[in-house]
Ligand binder design. Structure first.
Ligand SMILES: [Zn+2]
Length: 164
């Protein structure tokens, strides 16, 4: 594929030469029918130059779009790689969340990740609220998830009234 910039530069050079040729012809002693033909050539040159500048604009836009798409591909690959370190699991409390894929089976992972934020391509570590419900909260979106099993409140001791 020819380099668009050098092709454009070459075309601009050709137009310059053509315009110089037209100017030289106009300065000569032209018969009326020849002058009309030269004027027509000059109009066609103007039209062609306008179209070239439209093409230049399209070329710039396409290159910008191409660069943006390339960046999207790289970002997508980076995200897929980061996410591949995690598995979607059902936590002991029933919530479907993400945990490190390298967590040994049967052990508590060192953290869980918010599934809602994963949809937005963010890895947000759920924070243990240390409440009876076993809820963890996402610092990114504020969602709460039942990660740990619900704990029953400790039984209130029955105050012994003693026997009279
Ligand atoms: Zn979240």
């Amino acid at each position: 594929m020819p380099e668009p910039v050098s092709t454009t530069a070459a075309l601009i050079g050709i137009f310059k030469s053509l315009r110089a040729g037209v100017r030289a012809l106009r300065q000569g002693n032209l018969a009326d029918e020849h002058r009309a033909a030269v004027d027509e050539i000059a109009d066609l040159l103007t039209d062609a130059q306008d179209r070239l500048s439209d093409l230049q604009q399209v070329s710039i836009e396409l290159r910008e779009e191409n660069a943006a798409l390339r960046k999207q591909i790289v970002d997508h690959d980076d995200w897929q790689e980061r996410l591949s370190a995690y598995d979607r699991v059902t936590a002991p409390g029933g919530a479907v969340v993400y945990q490190r894929a390298d967590t040994p089976a049967g052990t508590q992972p060192d953290h869980y990740v918010c599934p809602a934020c994963v949809e937005r391509r963010e890895l947000q570590i759920l924070q243990d609220l240390r409440v009876m419900s076993g809820s963890f909260e996402c610092p990114g979106c504020g969602n709460k998830y039942p990660v740990n099993p619900r704990q029953n409140p400790p039984r209130r001791k029955v105050v012994s009234r003693g026997e009279w």
